[in-house]
Design a protein around this ligand. Structure first.
Ligand SMILES: NC(=O)c1ccc[n+]([C@@H]2O[C@H](COP(=O)([O-])OP(=O)(O)OC[C@H]3O[C@@H](n4cnc5c(N)ncnc54)[C@H](O)[C@@H]3O)[C@@H](O)[C@H]2O)c1
Length: 373
């Protein structure tokens, strides 16, 4: 008899694994965490204890286990490509934290490999499945702002060396504000506005070296190998021009996270790194704006909802929402910011994001359902 629960093995039991393990072991159905793997045995043991799963210390044990259906890749970005590739080659579905890979070429290879093998490959973020962004997406789709013509997206902060215990990776190849935080913003923009067509951008870095002021590495210097300030414009296929700034070089700012401007109104969109937040619509008649009613109960930290929805998609044999195909379009946009800056020219994009599969938001949190057609 076919199993209705998907057996999941987590590889990478660090910081972010805690919320995934909590939600996948308690909140969302359809999935069961059976193995927790980390090259750091203490972390694997701790994850396994939380999930009531078996601890393993070598990813090969996961790839070779016939009971594992899906590999949940929560390693750091430099390992995303390799772990996903090995999982797919071993015949497992996979779901990875963002970004899909460090380069568009690697991401494309993974999407093609999953397609060839007939396997699902999912990719974070899944915050766009939360109530805040779903409310904003519905408002745009329902025509509340008319025809979208422009927008802006700002993620600006001073960087992470004042609080993160090991902030080096933020300034190494594969780090920087664009690859670290861009996935949240680009995914939200793509779900709000559809396919992105081209990017024109400049980039810079304010410092060649940073000094760690957090413990335990207080005083250590970090060489900055990536751009830490990206400023540009994304042109969407629907004609909307969105101004984007992603920066680790700004002490404080007072700009919105995201705003979308349409012919009939302006939409204030909440922080795309969260599952909830106010959505405010301003129109010609009410320029001060009114808060829109949230469309679903997915307002808490629901990280893992993308994995649960992938499991549902596998059972229903349909496209999943937090898919690698979406992650690849996002990765292509992000890489285009750097390419455009390096080559001093607009960069045309080649990929198209898959459609959003509507979910039934009246279902209780944890009981995901596809919207009946
Ligand atoms: N920390 C956050 O707040 C946060 C939020 C959202 C997304 N993310 C994303 O989640 C991912 C993980 O971030 P984190 O903060 O949990 O990092 P982390 O460093 O705390 O944890 C990563 C874990 O992966 C393990 N690991 C690395 N390579 C491995 C390999 N090849 N095989 C097995 N284990 C391996 C490490 O030992 C470590 O325990 C990143 O892609 C990050 O962008 C993090």
């Amino acid at each position: 008899m076919e199993r209705t629960t998907l057996n999941v093995a987590v590889i990478g039991c660090g910081n972010i694994s805690r919320i995934y393990l909590k939600n996948l072991s308690g909140v969302f159905g359809g999935v069961k965490v059976v193995k927790c793997c980390d090259i750091d045995p203490q972390k694997a043991d701790k994850g396994a204890q939380t999930a009531g799963a078996k601890a393993v210390y070598d990813p090969e044990e996961v790839f070779n286990d016939p009971d594992v259906d899906l590999v949940l890749n929560l390693t750091t970005p430099g390992s995303h490509y390799e772990i996903c590739r090995r999982a797919l080659e071993a015949g497992k579905h996979a779901y990875t934290e963002k970004p899909l890979s460090l380069t568009f070429a690697q991401g494309k290879e993974l999407v093609e490999l999953a397609g060839k093998k007939g396997l699902y490959l999912g990719c974070a973020p899944d915050t766009f499945l939360g109530s805040g962004l779903q409310t904003a997406i519905k408002a745009v789709n329902d025509g509340l702002i008319g025809r979208p013509v422009a927008g802006c997206a700002f993620m600006m902060c001073p960087g992470h060396e004042s609080w993160h215990p090991s902030p080096e990776f933020y300034y190494d190849v594969g780090g920087g504000p664009m690859l670290d935080m861009g996935p949240y913003y680009m995914t939200a923009l793509v779900r709000l506005l559809g396919k992105a067509e081209s990017v024109t951008a400049f980039a810079s870095k304010a410092y060649e070296e940073r000094t760690i002021t957090s413990q335990p590495k207080f005083g250590q210097k970090i060489p900055v190998k990536v751009y830490t300030h990206n400023a540009g414009v994304i042109k969407f296929a629907n004609g909307a021009l969105v101004t984007v700034v992603m920066s680790f070089d700004v002490i404080k700012h007072r700009m919105p996270n995201i705003e979308i401007y349409g012919t009939e109104g302006t939409l204030l969109v909440p922080d795309p790194n969260t599952f909830s937040g106010k959505v405010v619509l301003s129109t010609r008649e009410n320029r001060d704006g009114a808060e829109l009613e949230q469309v679903s109960g997915y307002v808490d930290n629901c990280r893992g909802i993308g994995v649960a929805e992938t499991a549902l998609a596998i059972r229903e044999n349909r496209l999943s929402n937090a898919s690698a195909a979406l992650g690849l379009h996002v990765l292509e946009i992000m890489e285009a910011f750097t390419r455009s800056a390096d080559e001093l020219r607009p960069v045309e994009l080649t990929t198209t994001p898959p459609p959003m599969i509507p979910l039934d938001w009246t279902a209780d949190a944890g009981k995901l359902k596809t919207l009946a057609k």
